[in-house]
Design a protein around this ligand. Structure first.
Ligand code: G
Ligand code: G
Ligand code: MN
Length: 528
């Protein structure tokens, strides 16, 4: 059942990944294309707005100078100043004096100027002549800006004279306060006045409207806004260009991830099945690694390490199958089997050696139920061993849920079992928990022993662990001791026990018995 669920789940996850990744890539291509094209459109709008602002500023400058000069109307001095302004201000075509709606003199002496009849009053009290014609001037429509007694003439299309990458870009300048629906002041191509409302208080905005991507930018100086609209085809072309890069990558990554999920699911599934039959077919056995007293060197106990040899002869490491067993709820069966195997291997030998211990590894779930205590009680009853013959190794992970563990731990303690914390320093654990649990032994993880005497940043950690264990009255077993120098360092720092290849690799219990009995016969016998 569990397995079907795992298979179904990994299949579903794989399908999701295969669909989702190309979709994400496609969405990302759309997003990138929009950002890119919006940047282009905003650039055009900013450019024409800059030119318009510049034109307005020059017109303002011209009228201000003429007003300040306060020459007699149309005197030679005034006309000379008009001519100078016309020449020096690049955006300006002509300057003129107006009285009662008629031009009375200008910088282009003699040429007739017709103001036309399209006039718009700006909120600041200026008049805008939208349809001016100047005699002999053929460079396109002209705009007249009247402030007080003067009018400045500019080319309407000049600000739009900007370079665009594609020809069908629409550009326009709007007077913000013009009534809704009226035509823009200056325009090239087709624009919609309703776009102005999309600004909505912002200084810049972009959006899609039908077949176009529109940018609106508002002037910081004048009550005008610039608009540019680019064809949506530009956006689509850019999206397709980005998508041809991203989508195949998305498909490839999606397939790879799906493959990984499926093969992981199958492996976990098949490992789970194989582990179940391993328990039935007795494919598990136990090896024992000596634990020695650092002072003296005699073997005072062993750690039981489970091994799995499949019927094919393949040996699977506990690092691989213990986590799977924990996941699928099979770890309790493994712990029970390990205890049975230890009982088979040690028989009545432990009863005759009360100072010798076998350390058994427990998983977090083992110490959350009292079944464990029943197994241990049976072990004692059937072998005549004492609780001091068994040491129980608990990992830091097992202490995360202390509330659940505490009851079982106290019961174990009350019966006289030794409790060790395994792999100390590699996981999460709070000192206050350690103290409140009243643990007997701390196993110093191999990684800290490895660092001794090296330049590794953790090389000093072992000293802190030792100090802490001593402060809490715990004895220590150093794991993974491979070098004589490590053993001497640990012994010199009051670590009582050690385990590692220097003292012996995991082996069968018969070899352990031989070793211990040889040591008991005397040092000379042990040498042999
Ligand atoms: O010696 P070996 O490489 O097999 O040890 C790998 C890991 O497997 C060790 O960290 C050890 O704690 C864990 N392990 C070995 N035997 C058992 C066991 O019987 N039960 C549990 N829960 N873990 C074990
Ligand atoms: O349960 P624990 O994590 O203590 O398991 C010990 C692990 O370390 C096992 O995998 C065991 O085979 C391995 N081991 C034991 N002694 C040594 C040693 O001296 N060096 C190295 N590299 N590994 C060791
Ligand atoms: Mn261990």
């Amino acid at each position: 059942m569990r397995q079907r669920l795992l298979a179904a789940f990994s299949f579903l996850a794989a399908v999701c990944v295969v669909i989702a990744l190309p979709l994400i890539a496609w969405t990302e291509a759309k997003r990138q294309a929009y950002i890119g094209e919006a940047e282009v459109a905003t650039g055009y709008a900013r450019d024409i707005l800059y030119r318009t602002d510049k034109t307005s500023a020059q017109a303002l400058e011209a009228t201000t100078l003429l007003r300040k000069a306060a020459f007699t109307a149309c005197s030679p001095a005034e006309v000379r100043l008009m001519g100078k302004l016309d020449l020096s201000l690049s955006y300006i075509q002509a300057v003129a004096r107006i009285r009662d709606g008629l031009i009375i003199c200008s910088s282009i002496n003699g040429a007739k100027i017709n103001l036309g009849n399209q006039v718009y009053k700006t909120p600041r009290g200026a008049n805008l002549f939208l349809d001016v014609s100047i005699e002999n001037e053929r460079a396109g429509p002209i705009l007249g800006l009247q402030q007080g007694d003067f009018v400045v003439f500019v080319h309407r299309q000049l600000p739009l004279d900007t370079w665009t990458a594609s020809s069908n870009v629409a550009l326009a300048i709007f007077q913000i306060d013009r009534p809704r629906g009226s035509a823009p002041e200056i325009a090239r191509g087709e624009v919609d006045t309703a776009w102005l409302t999309r600004l909505d208080g912002k200084s810049e905005t972009t959006f899609l409207d039908g077949a176009r991507l529109v940018a609106v930018v508002r002037s910081a100086q004048f009550r005008i806004a610039a608009i540019s609209a680019i064809p949506i085809n530009n956006l689509i072309a850019r999206r397709n260009a980005v998508a041809t890069r991203l989508v195949p990558a998305g498909v490839a990554i999606g397939l790879l991830a799906a493959f990984a999920i499926l093969s992981f699911g199958r492996r976990q599934g098949s490992l789970a099945t194989a582990l179940r039959s391993a328990l039935r077919n007795r494919e598990l056995y136990v090896e024992y690694q000596p634990i020695v007293a650092l002072a003296g060197g005699q073997c005072i106990g062993v750690e039981a390490l489970v091994r799995w040899r499949r019927s094919t002869g393949e040996l699977i490491r506990p690092d691989i199958f213990i986590p799977v067993a924990e996941q699928i709820g099979l770890i309790g069966c493994i712990t029970e089997r390990v205890l049975q195997l230890v009982q088979q291997d040690t028989g009545i030998w432990l009863a005759a050696h009360p100072n010798f211990h076998v350390a058994v590894n427990l998983s977090p779930s083992d110490i959350q139920s009292s079944t464990l205590i029943a197994w241990l009680d049976r072990f004692m009853r059937e072998t005549g061993a004492r609780p001091s013959n068994l040491m129980l190794e608990i990992t830091e992970r097992g202490l995360v849920d202390v509330a659940a563990a505490r009851e079982v731990m106290q019961a174990l303690h009350a019966r006289g079992y030794t409790i060790a914390i395994d792999d100390f320093g590699t996981g999460y654990s709070s000192l206050s928990y350690l103290e409140s649990l009243d643990l007997d032994i701390l196993k110093i993880d191999r990684s800290f022993v490895e660092a001794i005497g090296t330049r590794a940043p953790t090389s000093q950690v072992v000293l802190h662990i030792i100090a802490m264990a001593r402060a809490m009255g715990m004895h220590m077993i150093a794991e993974g001791v491979e070098l004589q120098s490590q053993a001497e360092y640990l012994n010199g720092n009051q670590v009582q026990y050690a385990q590692g290849w220097l003292f012996g690799k995991p082996t069968d219990f018969k070899s352990i018995i031989e070793r211990v009995e040889a040591e008991q016969r005397g040092p000379l016998a042990a040498e042999r």
